[in-house]
Design a protein around this ligand. Structure first.
Ligand code: C5P
Length: 230
């Protein structure tokens, strides 16, 4: 399947988020609702996006005991999300419970491995004496074994994830910048075409679209770039 675009709606209020969705228009089918927007607006934002026929990645990164995470995944499906995520470091029992809840409720569940804000020193501070790359590979493999459908990962991690988990494991990749866009606070970025060529199933793009003078044109340009990759 060609790489699909998800636009991140990192806003505080519903009307700004929905106005942005309208400005982006039909060139983006998927939108990411994260902790900022969901904490501000609650499930109504998901319902309002559904009413616009959008698909929703609910990026809440659940991390709790297995029963609680399973119920949260069920709730995410009930409010209409299509894709949600959990922290792989929650462990096998939690991952299995999340995967089962997702299958039962009809929502795709992916995992976060190591936050890209963590380096080797940060991992060591929480008792993990592996490099970020080793830990990413270990957690991706564990998530897959537990029935999780894929991972959120940086473009730089795509090769190792593909090697460890094979071609059918979903990869959702933020940290994307078209060659002409500002990097904002992202440090290691790839262009949409580079991420597509590296095998990303989805790319997550926020500010290069939402802060563009013409968001529809920015989304269309990214779609054209993705389509140019075989
Ligand atoms: O505006 P920008 O394109 O940088 O937004 C990227 C989105 O992806 C944000 O919602 C951000 O929280 C999320 N994200 C990220 N890097 C990660 C994981 C998630 O930028 N490693």
């Amino acid at each position: 399947m060609p790489t699909q675009l998800i636009t991140a709606l990192d806003f505080f209020d519903m009307e700004t988020a929905l106005a942005n969705v309208d400005r982006i228009g039909p060139d983006c089918a998927w939108h990411k609702v994260g902790k900022q927007l969901f904490t501000s607006c609650g499930p109504e934002i998901v319902a309002r996006l559904k009413a616009k026929n959008k698909k929703i990645f609910l990026d809440m990164k659940y991390h709790d005991i297995p029963n609680t995470v399973a119920q949260a995944v069920t709730a995410a499906a009930k409010i209409g999300a299509d894709l949600c995520n959990v922290h792989a470091s929650g462990g096998p029992a939690m991952l299995e419970a999340a995967a089962k809840a997702g299958r039962d409720a009809g929502i795709t569940v992916i995992a976060v491995t190591v936050l890209t804000s963590m380096d080797a020193a940060e991992l060591a501070a929480v008792g993990i004496n592996a490099s970020p790359a080793e830990q990413v590979a270990r957690l991706a493999e564990l998530a897959q074994k537990c029935g999780i459908a894929g991972v959120v990962c940086s473009a730089l991690e795509l090769p190792v994830i593909r090697k460890v988990c094979g071609p059918d494991f979903l990869t959702v990749v933020p940290g994307i910048r078209p060659a002409t866009a500002s990097k904002d606070d992202q440090k290691r970025v790839m262009t949409p075409a580079e991420a597509a060529a590296a095998g990303a199933d989805f790319i997550v793009v926020g500010r290069p679209i939402t802060k563009a003078e013409d968001p529809a044109a920015a989304a269309a340009a990214i779609q054209a770039e993705l389509a140019s990759v075989k």
